[in-house]
Ligand binder design. Structure first.
Ligand SMILES: [Fe+2]
Length: 250
């Protein structure tokens, strides 16, 4: 990994890589949307501002791309293989591999409930004991179009920390006090660019106020470096309460 990327991640918690995909590599990345099954529901805007669909087809689209669908998996696998073929990946990430926890995000205009609240990516694997939490990983956020302040994500400028708070992507909890005055970066990038986040960096999505559907991939890579995280008291309490709830259910 280039020093500038490493230093940005260490000091600011994130880094933006412009043109991580060359023009040809970008074409390969979005070629998946030429798939006839997707094409009946989705059109990529000619200026790459995002995707559009007919209002009547929104439900079919969301059904086709829901998290356990084959199409969802196909797009993620395509994103992983296109990314791993890039010059950027080969030069910077040759000793990295995916930890298997990847996701497709479909953010439809005006669907506020689809937003994710302030969270640290490490929090979910710790809470769900996913067995990937002891190896430091990075999230590579790759939108399949350009994004701006109307349909993007926000990131807190914060150095790497081992502390994991009780925030949750589905629960609207304010940022921990120590980060409330930190600078917040609203991501504005073009198709072919990407964002790399430490797994401890707070981020959230912004309500999509554009006219375009935003589709993005969260790809997670690790070089299997051991890290131990320190869950906050409130997070440990929630994990404990959920454990009790599950025991009572049984
Ligand atoms: Fe996240």
């Amino acid at each position: 990994m280039k020093d500038i990327i490493k230093n940005n991640l260490e000091n600011y918690g994130y880094t933006i890589v412009k043109n991580a995909f060359t023009e040809i590599e970008t074409k390969n990345l979005i070629s998946i949307f030429e798939n006839p099954e997707l094409k009946q529901f989705l059109t990529l805007d000619k200026n790459n501002c995002g995707f559009t669909t007919n209002d009547g087809k929104k439900d079919n689209l969301q059904n086709l791309l829901k998290s356990d669908s084959n199409m969802n998996k196909e797009i993620i696998n395509h994103a992983l293989s296109s990314f791993e073929k890039t010059k950027f990946f080969k030069e910077n990430l040759s000793n990295f591999e995916t930890n298997g926890w990847n996701g497709l995000r479909v953010n439809v205009p005006s669907q506020k409930f689809k937003n994710v609240c302030w969270h640290q990516d490490i929090q979910t694997p710790i809470e769900n004991k996913m067995d990937i939490e002891d190896k430091k990983f990075y999230t590579f956020w790759i939108p399949f179009s350009s994004v701006n302040e109307n349909n993007s994500i926000e990131i807190v400028n914060m150095p790497f920390t081992n502390k994991v708070f009780h925030n949750h992507y589905k629960i609207n909890i304010p940022l921990p006090k120590i980060y409330r005055n930190s600078e917040i970066h609203k991501v504005k990038i073009s198709l072919g660019d990407l964002v790399i986040l430490n797994n401890s960096t707070f981020h959230r999505s912004t309500w999509n106020q554009s006219n375009f559907i935003r589709i993005s991939a969260d790809l997670r890579y690790t070089k299997n470096e051991k890290t131990s995280f320190d869950a906050s008291f409130l997070l440990r309490m929630r994990i404990f309460k959920n454990k009790i709830k599950n025991l009572v259910k049984k």
